[in-house]
Design a protein around this ligand. Structure first.
Ligand SMILES: [Zn+2]
Length: 125
């Protein structure tokens, strides 16, 4: 048994990334009416900055320089620097939406504290 486990262990899937919400929906990265980017977990914000967002000045790729916790506004801001022109740009994510809040509540358990009183934002349609 230990022998088989060792052989088939190679095909075992790695544990799920705790920063990724397995229940992401098609609303991921949609914009709210205010222009905020819908986030549904922590990892998606870093993925967006690395893989999708481009510098608004020169279309270069971005590197995250800082994170501003704006949870009291239901937001999270990633301050990025362009790797080509070195200008600064901010990506502002909505974390008030129901998908994100359900996910973060399950991740945090007893530590979960809803710190935004406003209504959950939804994508603009
Ligand atoms: Zn640039």
């Amino acid at each position: 048994m230990g022998f088989l486990r060792r052989i088939f262990g190679f095909w075992k899937r790695p544990p799920a990334d705790p920063a990724v919400n397995p229940r992401r929906t098609r609303d991921l990265y949609a914009l709210t009416p205010e222009g905020y980017i819908i986030a549904q977990d922590i990892a998606c914000q870093y993925e967006f900055a690395r893989d999708i967002a481009r510098c608004p000045y020169c279309d270069g790729t971005l590197r995250i320089a800082a994170q501003l916790n704006r949870a009291s506004q239901g937001l999270n801001e990633l301050v990025c620097m362009c790797t080509a022109c070195n200008r600064r740009t901010s990506l502002i994510f909505d974390v008030s939406n129901d998908v994100y809040q359900r996910w973060i509540a399950s991740q945090m358990g007893d530590l979960y504290l809803r710190n935004y009183d406003g209504p959950a934002r939804r994508p603009a349609r």
